[in-house]
Design a protein around this ligand. Structure first.
Ligand SMILES: [Cu+2]
Length: 134
């Protein structure tokens, strides 16, 4: 049954590979990253648009070590960093020398409850309404 469901899920995904729109997030850079936490879903393309609002050379580079990606951020320009996070988890992004720090938090695929998960996982919120009357 599990394998069957998994094969259906796989089939659906391979039939419509472009159905998942990229999530786009803007991050401004000025003495740090604002916001400093970016959320993403595993398997869903992510575009982070960095906008550096300062001339300090400290923040001229942004590096995503876990993804082998980096970008130069000219002052006052939008620079896109495109990623496809595969594994759920928490990943750091930093300036070239690691002084400025941000975080990319990747939720498991199909998890649409990002940000609500804490509330949902509380026992008193767990619903019993899906249980069939016997
Ligand atoms: Cu720096």
């Amino acid at each position: 049954m599990r394998a069957w469901l998994a094969s259906i899920a796989r089939g659906r995904r391979s039939k419509r590979p472009v159905a998942v729109a990229a999530r786009q997030v803007r991050v401004s850079v000025a003495g740090g990253y604002h916001p400093d936490t970016v959320r993403a879903d595993a398997g869903r393309p992510l575009r982070i648009l960095f906008h550096r609002e300062e001339s300090s050379t400290c923040s001229e580079q942004v590096v995503f070590p876990a993804f082998g990606k980096s970008a130069t951020l000219p002052q006052g320009e939008d620079v896109a960093v495109d990623l496809v996070p595969v594994e759920p988890g928490s990943y750091e992004f930093t300036c070239a020398l690691g002084m400025l720090r941000g975080r990319l938090v990747v939720s498991p695929a199909g998890d649409t409850t990002t940000g609500l998960r804490q509330a949902v996982s509380r026992p008193e919120v767990t619903t019993t309404s899906t249980r069939r009357p016997s």
